[in-house]
Design a protein around this ligand. Structure first.
Ligand SMILES: [Zn+2]
Ligand SMILES: [Zn+2]
Length: 126
C-alpha cells in the first residue's frame, strides 16, 4: 500500500495502476470513513489525513499519465471532498529511497520519461 512521491511518468504500468487503485482506497477511507480491513490505520493512509486536496492533485497527475499512455479511467474523484492541505510534506521514505525500492523491483519503473514515451511508442498501452 503506497502512494509514490515520484513523478507518475516514471512509473511502469503495473506500479502506476497499483498506485491508482490504492489512491482510491485511501480516498474512500478519508472521505467516506469506510474502514477497509484496518487500512485506515496504515501509515500511508495516515499521512494523507487532512490533505485530501494533495491526494486529489496526485490523482490528477496519475490520470494525466493514464491519458497519455492510453489507459482507460472511469473513476473520477468527487472534487467536493478535495479539502485540507494541498502539499504533502510527510514522506515514509525519502525520494531517494523510493527510487531504490523501485529499482530493486526490476520492473520498468524509472526507465522511461515522457520524451522516451514519445520515441518508443506505447509500449505499455492497456
Ligand atoms: Zn481514479
Ligand atoms: Zn514498476
Amino acid at each position: 500500500m503506497r502512494i509514490w512521491d515520484i513523478e507518475s511518468k516514471h512509473l511502469c504500468r503495473k506500479h502506476l495502476l497499483a498506485e491508482h487503485r490504492e489512491l482510491h482506497g485511501i480516498w474512500n477511507i478519508l472521505t467516506k470513513h469506510k474502514c477497509r480491513c484496518g487500512y485506515s490505520r496504515h501509515p500511508e493512509t495516515l499521512r494523507w489525513v487532512g490533505k485530501q486536496k494533495a491526494l486529489y492533485k496526485r490523482h490528477c497527475d496519475l490520470i494525466k499519465e493514464f491519458r497519455f499512455r492510453g489507459y482507460k479511467h472511469h473513476t473520477p474523484l468527487n472534487k467536493r471532498f478535495a479539502v485540507g492541505e494541498e502539499v504533502q510534506k510527510v514522506f515514509i521514505n525519502t525520494i531517494k529511497e523510493q527510487k531504490s525500492i523501485l529499482k530493486n523491483k526490476r520492473c520498468d519503473c524509472l526507465l522511461f520519461t515522457v520524451s522516451n514515451w514519445r520515441c518508443t511508442g506505447r509500449r505499455f498501452t492497456a
